[in-house]
Ligand binder design. Structure first.
Ligand SMILES: [Zn+2]
Length: 357
C-alpha cells in the first residue's frame, strides 16, 4: 500500500514534468485560452470535473452581435433588448452539444442542452443569429451556427481506457483517484441515497447526510448537484466529448487530450468511486463561480472535515490536481484523515505523497 502511494505521487509529478506545466501555464491551459474559438464550457469559464462535463458550442460572450438577417422573412414579430425575432417554422437539428437559453444571448440563463442529432421545432430566427425553438412547453433559444437543416451523422468511436495506477484496497477511503490513477476494474461499492436521487458509497453517504443535516440545523441549506456516477456513464460522457472534437477535425489523440483537460476519463473520476459530492446552494444551479462567496461554502469549508470530507481541488494546486479550483467538490477520505489534510493546505496528491514517502 505504501509503495503504491509513492507510485501514485511519482506518476503525478512525472505527468507535470512531462507536460512542462508551471502553475501559470496550467491555469491558462485550464482556462478559456485552450479552448477552440466559439467553444465555451457550460458554466461560464469553469472546468468542473464531471459536474459540468460537456463543453458546448456557442459564440464567445464578448463576440460582436451577428447582424445577418433572416432569409425570406420581412416582418419582425417580436423585439427584445438588442435583437428582433422573425417568425419561421421548420425543424432543425443540433450539430453539437449546445446550450438552450432563456434569451438569445450567452449571458442569458441556461435552461437545458441539446445533444448532437437532437431535433427542435424552430419558431423564429433572431437578428443576432439565434433560433427561437419550442422548448418544454415554452420557448427558448439556441445559437444558429450549430443548428442544421440536415440531421447530422453522428460517428461514434469507442475510446480506449488507458492503463494507470490504482489502489487495490480502497477500504480505508484514503486513496487517490485522478486522471492518472484509475479505479481497479473490479471496483465495486454499495451505495445509499444522500439527497434526492443522488447516491454515494454507504459510509460516505451516511457522513454526507449527517453533514447536510448539521448544516440545516445551523440554517444552511445545502444542495447536492452531483454524486456517484458509474464508470459506464463516465465512458459515454467522455466518448461524446471526444467524438464531438473529432468531428471538428481533431485527431483521436488531440481530442482525447483536449477532453481530458476538463472531463475525467472513465474510472479516473472521484465521482466514479462514489466518494465525491458536488454541493452548492440554491442560487448556484448553473453558475458555480462565486459559490465560494456564500455562507454555505463558508459552512462547508469549516465543517466538512468533521464528516470526513475535504475540499479537493484547491486554488493554486491546479497543476497538480489537473482541475481548476472547485469550491463545490468535496471528497470523502474518512474522518481519520480529513482534518489533517484540510489543515495542511495541501491537495490530496501532495499530502499522500509527502506522508507516505
Ligand atoms: Zn465534482
Amino acid at each position: 500500500m505504501r509503495l503504491k502511494y509513492k507510485r501514485a505521487a511519482a506518476a503525478i509529478l512525472a505527468m507535470i514534468t512531462l507536460s512542462g506545466c508551471t502553475g501559470r501555464q496550467a491555469e491558462e491551459k485550464l482556462g478559456s485560452g485552450d479552448m477552440p474559438a466559439g467553444t465555451v464550457p457550460t458554466v461560464t469559464s469553469l472546468w468542473c470535473e464531471e459536474t459540468v462535463p460537456d463543453t458546448v458550442t456557442e459564440p464567445p460572450v464578448t463576440s460582436a452581435p451577428v447582424t445577418r438577417g433572416p432569409e425570406g422573412v420581412t416582418s419582425a414579430t417580436e423585439t427584445g433588448e438588442g435583437y428582433t425575432v422573425y417568425d419561421r417554422s421548420e425543424t432543425r437539428y443540433s450539430t453539437d452539444t449546445v446550450n438552450v437559453r432563456e434569451l438569445p444571448s450567452t449571458e442569458s440563463k441556461v435552461v437545458g442542452q441539446l445533444n448532437p442529432g437532437d431535433s427542435a421545432d424552430v419558431t423564429g430566427y433572431t437578428s443576432n443569429g439565434w433560433y427561437r425553438i419550442s422548448y418544454n412547453g415554452g420557448t427558448a433559444y439556441v445559437f444558429g451556427e450549430y443548428f442544421s437543416e440536415i440531421k447530422p451523422e453522428i460517428q461514434e468511436k469507442e475510446i480506449v481506457i488507458p492503463e494507470g495506477y490504482y489502489f487495490d484496497d480502497p477500504s480505508d477511503y484514503f486513496f487517490i483517484v485522478n486522471k492518472e490513477i484509475f479505479l481497479p476494474e473490479d471496483y465495486a461499492i454499495e451505495t445509499d441515497f444522500v439527497q434526492g436521487s443522488y447516491e454515494l458509497e454507504m459510509v460516505a453517504a451516511k457522513h454526507c447526510k449527517d453533514m447536510i443535516a448539521a448544516a440545516e440545523k445551523d440554517g444552511i441549506d445545502l444542495k447536492v448537484l452531483s454524486a456517484y456516477r458509474t464508470v459506464d456513464y463516465q465512458k459515454k460522457l467522455f466518448e461524446r466529448n471526444v467524438n464531438s472534437r473529432m468531428k471538428d477535425g481533431m485527431t483521436y489523440d488531440e481530442a482525447y487530450y483536449d477532453v481530458s483537460i476538463n472531463v475525467a476519463p472513465p474510472g479516473g473520476s472521484e465521482h466514479n468511486a462514489g466518494l465525491a459530492v458536488d454541493i452548492i446552494d440554491e442560487n448556484h444551479w448553473d453558475t458555480y463561480e462565486d459559490f465560494e462567496n456564500t455562507k454555505e461554502f463558508e459552512w462547508l469549508y469549516s465543517h466538512c472535515a468533521e464528516y470526513g470530507f475535504i475540499l479537493r481541488y484547491l486554488k493554486g494546486k491546479e497543476d497538480i490536481t489537473g482541475y481548476v479550483y472547485e469550491p463545490w467538490h468535496y471528497r470523502y477520505v474518512g474522518v481519520d484523515y480529513a482534518a489533517a489534510v484540510m489543515a495542511s493546505g495541501m491537495c490530496l496528491e501532495e499530502y499522500i505523497g509527502q506522508n507516505e514517502t
